[in-house]
Design a protein around this ligand. Sequence first.
Ligand code: AMP
Length: 188
Amino acid sequence: MNLILFGPPAAGKGTQAKRLTAERGYVQLSTGDMLRAARKSGSDLGVKVAAIMDSGSLVSDEIVIALIEEALASNASAAGFIFDGFPRTVAQAEALDAMLAKHGKQIDCVVKLEVDSQKLMDRIAKRFAEEGRADDNPEAYKVRLDAYIAQTAPLVPYYEKQNKMHRVDGMSDVESVARAIASAIDAR
Ligand code: AMP
């Protein structure tokens, strides 16, 4: 089972991906986490993406596609993958389909977590206060949300055409959202 957790920043993708990893043994591939790890390590890549990430804009397709390609190759025997925060553009989605096909795999299910914008703002304000992530400040968050609307939302019809898109109400508590995601996966 290869699953994409889809939705705007702060929709709860990371939280739900971690649950699925623990419960089903899937491997979580979060390009945001990979990029943050690169920054922490002080690598050339980390230095290159720092300002772009802090502004809330997307880093280049080339960079994130290379990260995913590497992760797929080094986890070839995984029971399944949960893509969290990737793909975020149509070019990334096309590259992902091609990379998975090379490994004899495909995306089986896309779960879109739907959360209204007021709730997203409340969650981000709380996370900014608790964790202090630079890209959670209100200005950068607006850029991230705009990037989602302009560059990432077009993936909805992309996966609808493939008959893979499931919508889940992301407004309720973590347990209820997890149950709804589990039924979407098990219905495949
Ligand atoms: P996230 O934690 O997924 O919200 O990612 C944090 C930041 O990393 C994003 O605002 C982007 O700057 C960058 N990023 C993460 N994933 C991607 C992606 N798939 N495409 C482009 N940029 C990404």
